[in-house]
Design a protein around this ligand. Structure first.
Ligand SMILES: *Cc1c(COP(=O)(O)O)cnc(C)c1O
Length: 347
């Protein structure tokens, strides 16, 4: 059935092994992040087979899915747990990223065994975490109030929200705080932190990397690059052509906004051969599709239709043909989540 996603878990495993070795040599443990594949058991098993012990996910549904499939923890909740859903987590999750006293105390009250809290610090990406200049005081204050839960360390996240890159300056912010609060674990993410390793930045005391993208896709979207020592083409989309026609490249008439509310600028390239594939915004993010055929170019998409300019392709494209694409993080995210896309996991 098409559209379908070919997921090469075997290539991901090679990526995981390369990174486990590279980071292991620096005393850094990997938390294998499973959220991109909604906690798919085959992806979880891949991490485990590659020697990664802790699995991190942002959603309890995904962690439950892994447990039901017989995957052993430890599990880390990598999104701050909502208070209303804590009771679903406390019996199965051993590691929590937290950033609020209320949440830390609520976990402490509910658990009946020791669990590890990583107190999140914001060093400038402006997503979760206590601002770095207030962190030491807050962490010391909260730590005194805990009985069963334990603040095992501090953590930070950059890249994902603000697009911030690691620097010796923002690394020093977190390592100084770690020292000031006697952190055992210093946990950073996401994939963009690999840049700090490659550029020999000062990682003093940082001993945990939470990584998904680099292993699962071999890319670093915040760094705008493919990671040369890892494998890409771990996920391929196959979609079916439902129309091919020669048409103008610029819409005719006065123009407002497209179906997604965007103002689109179409270049006038004269008449082109345009293939429609049966996949759209509901399944992919069109600008994250990279055609595997030389000469093919994704033009634009609405909910259910994506237009590919096939004029410059070597082969002639006909109705019923299959076009293949590699994908960036956001395209994979949507395709994995779409119930309309069949998934084939290759081990
Ligand atoms: C998603 C996420 C990660 C993993 O990020 P990648 O860029 O996919 O490696 C790490 N930590 C947190 C808190 C996350 O939400």
């Amino acid at each position: 059935m098409y559209p379908r996603l070919l997921v090469y878990v075997n290539k991901m495993k090679e990526n995981a092994e390369i990174l486990r070795e590279k980071l292991g040599n620096l005393g850094i443990e990997i938390v294998g992040v499973t959220k991109l594949f909604m906690g798919h058991p085959k992806v979880a098993k891949m991490y485990k087979d590659a020697g990664i012990k802790i699995l991190g996910d942002s959603r309890i549904e995904n962690i439950n899915r892994m447990i039901e499939a017989g995957i052993n923890g430890d599990f880390m909740m990598i999104r701050i747990p909502p208070l209303s859903r804590l009771k679903e987590m406390v019996d199965i999750v051993n590691w929590y990223l937290v950033s609020e006293e209320e949440v830390a105390l609520a976990i402490d009250l509910m658990v009946d065994r020791p669990v590890h809290l990583i107190y999140m610090v914001d060093v400038g990406d402006l997503r979760e975490g206590v601002m770095y200049d207030k962190a030491v005081e807050e962490i010391k204050r909260v730590r005194k109030k805990l009985k069963k839960a334990r603040i095992a360390g501090v953590g930070t996240n950059i890249g994902c929200f603000g697009g911030v890159w690691p620097t010796n300056e923002n690394l020093k912010l977190i390592t100084d705080i770690a020292k000031a609060v006697d952190a055992e674990v210093v946990s950073v993410g996401g994939t963009i932190y690999l840049m700090a390793v490659e550029q020999n930045m000062i990682l003093e005391g940082i001993n945990q990397f939470r990584i998904g993208e680099a292993i699962l896709l071999g890319t670093d979207i915040t760094g705008g690059r493919e990671i040369e020592y890892l494998k890409q083409e771990t996920v391929i989309l196959e979609a079916e052509v439902i129309e091919v026609k020669r048409k103008p490249s610029k819409p005719i008439g006065s123009m407002g906004y497209d179906a997604m509310g965007r103002k689109v600028k179409f270049e006038d390239l004269g008449e082109r051969f345009r293939a429609i594939i049966a996949v759209g915004e509901q399944d992919i993010s069109p600008y994250g599709l990279i055609p595997l055929d030389n000469g093919a170019k994704v033009v634009h998409a609405s909910s259910d239709h994506t237009i590919v300019d096939v004029t410059d392709m070597e082969r002639v494209v006909e109705v019923g043909d299959i076009l293949r694409f590699k994908m960036n993080y956001s395209a994979v995210l949507r395709a994995v989540t779409s119930p309309y896309v069949e998934k084939v996991y290759i081990e």
